[in-house]
Each structure stands twice: as structure tokens, then as C-alpha cells.
Design a protein around this ligand. Sequence first.
Ligand code: RIB
Ligand code: CA
Length: 313
Amino acid sequence: MPPRKIIIDTDPGQDDAVAILLALASPEDLEVLGITAVAGNVPLPLTEKNARIVCELAGKPDTKVFAGCDAPIARKLVTAEHVHGKTGLDGPSLPDPTMPLQDQHAVDFIIDTLRTEPAGTVTLCPLGPLTNIAVALQRAPDIANRIQEIVLMGGAYFEVGNITPAAEFNIYVDPEAAKIVFACGAPITIMPLDVTHKALVTEPRNNAFRALGTPVGVAVAQMTDFFERFDKEKYGSAGAPLHDPCVTAYLIRPDLFTGRHINVEIETGSDLTLGMTVADWWGVTDRPANATFMGDIDSDGFFALLTERLARL
Ligand code: RIB
Ligand code: CA
């Protein structure tokens, strides 16, 4: 089986960084055609820089990194320095990147790649606000039926919101973009907070990262040491939730996850519940199913996979 072709759309972010490292450590499973940065956790100049920092940390400086949209489609950017620190990658002190940023705009790269690669052979992996994906779909509606699958981190149902009482951050930052993506017709698989809040980096798990003794293992442990304080204070969590690595882990080991194919709609009209993913988990409406919404994870299996793959870098 040839490796699956993917584009990672991302707003690094410590958890994005681990997702990227897992992908780059798994060439037999995933061919990373490119990494497209979007404004989210921190502004675009930092997310594109952080994406390159992570590629160099992985020892993959030839990875193509593109800068995309620097603001949501119809709103002011909301960032999350309170979670990720002012650089977006607080924790380890990593050198500035020397690898180049690609000249092409990320949206054009997404469109061109989907039009050039055979239809149904490229998976989009959004790990941040969906602005780049939505703008690509607006500019080139023909790409929708050429997408193999969109596997994204975002949303919540039983877990409710992490940035407002109703909304998860990635969806909340650009709800109009999310509405476009969820209506595009491509197969969608969602890793919501319902799953990612079960992928907690407990102390033994973080010690296993550190015990790798490699620059990657130590950096990931330091990222987690920084990143966990938000969730520990807010939720009393046993550790940092590894939101975005659930996306790349799903592509490698889908058996680690269980969910339901249901209807998921995005609230864009109400200030009170803006960005809420209205997930018809119990099938109480006749709205057509448009997404596979994950509800559970084998977290021990997830961390075994992650630790084994990070050890390769
Ligand atoms: O709500 C969690 C999501 O928001 C993650 O993707 C994190 O990196 C931030 O982008
Ligand atoms: Ca992210």
C-alpha cells in the first residue's frame, strides 16, 4: 500500500507541532505533499515560522511550507497566546528556521495540488481554523469532489467549548470558513474535544517522551510541560490534551478511534453560540449525515504509536 498523500494545514501551536512530527516520522504511511500555515493560535508570521522550525527539528528541511491566510474570512483574528505562549511554541528554545518559505500562497498550493494529483488521492488535514481550506473551496469549487477526505481537529459536543461555553477554538476563530467546509460534500472526519480531551499527556507519558533522549523527545516533553498548564488549571486535567496529533494518528491507525457518521452544522448567526458544532449525535433530526464525528480513542494505543514514531526522528 503506497503512503497516503496529505496536506497538513496548521497553526503551530505545540500540539500542531507534535502532529507534524508524527506525520514526518511516518513516511511508510504518509507522504506530506506540503504544510500550509494559517493564522490561529498565533498570527501567520509566527505559524509559518513555527511550521518551518518543526520541520527542521524533525530533520526534514526539504518539506514544502507555505503561508496562507492571515485572518478569518469575515471576522477579526482571535489568537490563543494564553495557551501556547507569545511565540506559539513556548517551552523548548528552538533555533530560527533556515529552510525557505515557499513563494506560492498556501491557498494556490492547495488548489493546484488537488487539480494536479489524481482525483481522490489527496487528504486535507486541517489542524487550525479552516480559513485556507474554505478560501480554496470558494476560489475553486471544482476541487471539492477531488478531495479524498478532510480529517480535521475541531468542534465539540459532549465536551462543549474551550474558548467559549459553546465553541471549540478552531471552529470559533472562523465559523464562516467551517460552514463552507462542512457543506462542501467531501468526506469529513472530525477529531473533536470529545476525543482529544481523552488523549492526555500524563506525567508517565511525558516522561516517556523525555526518556527518548533525542532533541525531538526532549522538545516534545518541554512543549507539553508548557502547554499543559492551561488545561490543568481550567479542567483539572491529568495532562495536556494532544488535540492535533489525533488527526495524524487516525491516518496511520484508524482503529484507535471510534465515532458515528452524523450531521454536523456550524452556528454562525448567534453571538451566544457562535462557532458551536451542532452535532446530531442521537439522530434527532432528518438533516443528512455529512461527517464522521469521533467520540472515543484508545489512548494507550495512541501514546504507544506516538512514542514509537517520535523515537525515529
Ligand atoms: O481547540 C484546540 C485546537 O485549537 C488545536 O488545534 C490547537 O492547536 C488550537 O489550534
Ligand atoms: Ca492547531
